[in-house]
Design a protein around this ligand. Sequence first.
Ligand code: UDP
Length: 313
Amino acid sequence: MKRVLITGAAGFIGSHLCDRFLREGFHVIGMDNLLTGSMKNIEHLFSEPHFEFHHHDITTYVHVAGDLDYILHFASPASPIDYLKMPIQTLKVGSLGTHHLLGLAKAKKSRILIASTSEVYGDPLIHPQVEEYWGNVNPIGPRGVYDEAKRFMEAITMAYHRFHGVEVRIIRIFNTYGPRMRIEDGRALPAFMAQALRGEGLTVYGDGSQTRSFCYVNDLVEGIYRLLHGAYSLPVNMGNPDEISIMQLAKEILDLVGNKEAYIDYRPLPEDDPKVRQPDISLAKRLFGWEPKVPRNEGLVHTLEYFKTELGK
Ligand code: UDP
């Protein structure tokens, strides 16, 4: 039986990865310090004989007994308000945490997949973003703590690959959504859903013309599974190329929820907020035959069901 360590296991994407790898017949070791993750996301797994949970902060030494075939590194605060609140932890988990896991991968001869981000492209000057683009990041801006931690993460991962021969996989994740996102994590999609369900104003920052491309979590998990088992060591973009403005997203959510009391509430645009973002996924298509399958209208319905339950609506 193959054994996989998943960090950030109690988080949004991490918990979906635990589900998937258990379904595929792996022994899953989930690790999380519960800084932004929640036990609720994995409590359904505690009856699984092949799931174990380690409450641990990977910025300190990481010990795992026994063999380890794969490591999936998904631990990090990941929403802008989280990393603004926890700048030092964000920098540490991307740097020290990644270093510990690379050391573990080297010692155990595991293949390691690390979760990087479209944020490495910053406020991009080319559109859509291809993997060859080096990015436009403000290192000392409010997002710098996340962007630079992830850029360092890619650098140290490639160094372990080139210098120590560790088998590495790097995914650059674009905006992803689905059940188990935290309502209060401040990101546009959960914020708008909660606000619409509560009959409040949907807080659109700026004029809402900035764009993002939203990928349903199951599509992303499929991509991660293929990337891990593929033979490509350099970064690969994964996300849904279907790009919309934040205003259009707000309107779609208003229509879907159908709460007449909800409305659009314009707020100031945060500093260094990227104006556009859309992945070029030709590389993932060519390498793995991967592309997202779940259209937004379908993904939004599944996600809304989750938030309705969470909010008791
Ligand atoms: N945004 C918004 N209202 C919110 C939260 C976010 O208009 O309540 C905007 C934000 O300024 C950005 C976009 O929505 O332009 C996506 O933000 P999010 O925090 O979801 O993730 P990002 O892609 O910026 O990391």
